[in-house]
Design a protein around this ligand. Sequence first.
Ligand code: NAI
Length: 320
Amino acid sequence: MAPELRYDGQVAIITGAGAGLGRAYARFFASKGAKVVVNDLGGTFDAKGNQRSGAVADQVVDELTKAGAEAVADYNAVQNGDKIIETAIKAFGRVDILINNAGILRDITIRNMKDDDWNAIIDVHLHGAYKTTRAAWPYFRKQKYGRVIQTTSASGLFGNFGQGNYAAAKFGVVGLAETLAKEGAKYNIHSNIIAPAAASRLTQTVWPKEMMDLMGPEWVVPLVGYLVHPSCKENGSIFEAGAGHFSKIRWERSRGLLLKPDENLHPEHVLAGFKKITDFTLKDHPSESADLIGNLTAAGTQPPNKPPTTDLGIKGKVAL
Ligand code: NAI
């Protein structure tokens, strides 16, 4: 096996670390030399009602400190992520690792969704991830080092019936991490994305017991541990992890159809070329918005040097 990966002297902030995956991360980092901020507001799985308890974070801190690690509890909602970073700075003077993990669910189809169901989910998952990361960023930049994990979900990547709010928020953090990977690269700040699958209170109502038994959160931990280690160069990537299986997900773009620059654009042109547009025999795996130019060149002779026009039949031709 490779040499042991450790985090001595580093400070790891884990949001939602009072239970489930977050607690498993906290246990791991504490056992490998990191000082840990255990954030959790101890709410219900759907954030309905006002039940909150710092007890879940306290219990984890208690366990870690009894085992000889340094850990502090933080009870702030991730929507006040700047306060969580403040806790780390006050307790330990720095932050090296940020794991945005806190989460809730409000499963409901779009037909029945209320603004509150939408807002609550976007607030915790997307706004929360922004707030913690934004507040940690100046520290990362100054020390020219930082490792961030954003937590997406298969629902975010592929969609899932009854989870429009959750999927939108979870896809939002993918865009955030992909962008921060680019903004942070020259400061050695890496941002990666994981889509976990693990037994927890979020999955206990949908998975059968046999599956829950096989899919403990600790099976996700090794991937997160590697991605945030100083030796890991991966940046801006999406991974799946669960039950000991790890895989990487990437974008794939078909070579596509390139219409001639002097051709008028009509849906009939798209209909005629639709097979080509959706054919993945020739493909690439873009990771930059600028990659489009290369694909345009590959798809035809030259990219159009003037925008094509379409006759909308209203006020003449409109440049697209
Ligand atoms: P969990 O419910 O066991 O743990 C989540 C923790 O986050 C809870 O302790 C909760 O009190 C805390 N939390 C909720 N809202 C918070 C807030 N506003 N501020 C601070 N803490 C808050 O759930 P689990 O399964 O461990 O989920 C962790 C993350 O992984 C979530 O982001 C979830 O969406 C994601 N995920 C989990 C999957 C799974 O299979 N368990 C699948 C895909 C994604």
